[in-house]
Design a protein around this ligand. Sequence first.
Ligand code: PEP
Ligand code: MG
Length: 577
Amino acid sequence: MQILQGIAVSPGVAIGETMVIDNEGFRIPRRFVTRDAVEDELERFERAVEAVAAEMERSRDSITQKLGAQIGAIFSAHLQMLRDDRLQVEIAEMIRERHYSPEYAVSRVLRSYAKVFEELNMHNAHDIIDLEKSLLRNLLGRRREELSHLASPVIVLAHNLTPSETAHLDRRFVMGFVTEVGAAGGHTAIVAKGLEIPAVVGTGRFLTDVSGGDLVIVDGDQGRVILQPDEETIARYRHEVEEHRSLAARLDELRDLPAKTADGASVQLWGNIEFPHEATACVDRGADGIGLYRTEFLYLGEDEEPTEQHHFDAYSEVVKVMKGRPVVFRTLDLGADKIDTGGLVDEEKNPFLGLRSIRLSLRNPPLFRTQLRAMLRASSVGDVRIMFPMITTLQELRQAKMILADVMEDLDEAGVPFNRELPVGMMVEVPAAVTMLDHFVKEVDFISIGTNDLIQFALAVDRSNPDVAHLYHHTDPAVLRMIAAAIDVAREAEVPVSLCGQMSGNASCTMLLLGLGLHTLSAPSSAVPEIKKICRSVTLDHCKSVAQRAMSMDNAREIDKYLQEELKRVAPELVVS
Ligand code: PEP
Ligand code: MG
C-alpha cells in the first residue's frame, strides 16, 4: 500500500482498477504477462528495438545529409544507447524473470536510468525519456486510447489531463481520476467538479510506481490517493462511500425548500455550468438559477468556430431547462489554461496575463458579435443576463457595451426579437476592478466576484501551477479584504452582487460569505444542496460575527481552522475528518 497526497479538487470517493496514461498520453498496460506468453513478449520487445533502431538510422542519415555529420551524430548517440547491452539485458530479464510486460519493463528500466541522470544533473535525461517514448510508441502501436470510449469502469491516472480531455471523460466508466500535475484553481479541476468525478491533482510523480489494473482509492475529499490499498483501508473507504450516499439522500430532501437562514434572510443559490446538459443537474439540485455559464466550453473539441446557430442552440437549451429562472451568460473567456483557441492566440509566456477573455473578444469583433447575437436571441425565451469576464478598465467595459448596443441595433433592424432591457454585468476578478469598483457600478446592472482569478492576481499565484498551490488560498486575508470591499461598494450603489468562484461551493466559507453581506452565491451544482443546508442552519447575525472574527485574523491558516470549527458547530455532518 502506498499513500500519496495531492490536492482535492472534486469531492467523493472512488475505488477501482486503474487505467494509466503516461506523460505522452500512452496507456501503460498491465504490469504482468502470463508465463506461457513470455517468449512471445520477448520477441515483441526485440522487434520493437529493431524497428526503433531502423527509424533512428533513417533519421541519422537524412539529418547528416541535410545538416552535416555533427548534428547527425546526435542520432548515433541515441542508437548507441538503444543498442546498449546492459540496457537490453536488464529489460529482457524483467520480462523473462518477473513476467513484466515489455511496455512496463521498458518504462521501468529507462525511467530508473533517467532518474540517475537527473540526479547527476546530466542534460541527457530527456534523451532517455525520448528513447522510452519511441519504444512505447512502437510497442503500443497507437496514441492515447480514446478516453471517451471505455467499456469498463476505471480510475484514470495520468500525468496531466487538459480541461478538454477531462470534459470528454465518459462519466459512465470513469469513476475518478488523479493527475501528477494541476492545482485547485485550474479548469481541469473545475470541469471535474462539474462532472462530479472524484479527483485529486498535483500529486507529483508516481506513475512509474503503478501499472494498469492495480487497485486504487481516490479520496477526493482529502486529496489522498491510495495505491494497492489493504483490506482494512478498502473496508473503511467503502463505509465512507455509503456515508456519502446517505448524506446526499438526506440533503436531497431540502431540494424544494428555499435557502433561507433560520432568521428569515433569503439567499439565492445559483449553479455554475460549463455545458448545456448541466442545466438539468442545477434544476435537480434545487438551484434558483444559473449564475455562471462558462460559454467558452462550446469551443471544446470543435475543429471549427461555432456558428451563431450553434451558440443559439446551446443557449436556448439552457434557458428552456431553467424555465424562467435567471441564466447569466458569461461571454467567452477563451485563452489561458482553458481551451485551445484554434490559432487565435500565439503561444504566450504568461497566458493568464495574456490575450484572453474580454481582451480576446474585443480583439476579434466578429467572434464577439456572433456570440452576443446568439445570447440576445436567447433572451426572448427566458430570463437571460449577460456578463463580461476579466474586465480591468472602464474603457474595456464601455467598449464591450458599445459592441453589445450595436448588435442590439442590428437585431432591431432585422426584426429579430430580444429583451432590450436585459441586465448587463461584469466579473470582478482583477484587483484593478475592485479598486475602481465605485466607477464600474455606475455602468453595470450587476457584478459577480470571480475569486478563482482574483486570488491568483491578488496573491501572484498561478492558479494551475502545483508548485505554488500551497500559496493559493481563498481565505487569505488580502483576498477577503478585496471581497469585502467589493460587496460594500456594490451594496452602497445598490447593485446586485454575487460570488461565482469555486469558493462559493466550499462549505466552510458559506457563513463567512453570508456574513460579509452576500445573498447570492453561484457554485458548482453538486455543492448546492450542502450550501443550502448550511444557509438553513444558521442565522445572519451569527454569520456576521463569524465574518467579523475571521476578518480580524491575519493569516489563511488560522481563518480556515476557525471556519472549520464554526461549520462543525452548525452542520457537523458536512465536515470531513
Ligand atoms: C473566477 O475566476 O472566479 C471564475 C468564476 O471564472 P473562471 O474560473 O472561469 O476563470
Ligand atoms: Mg475567471
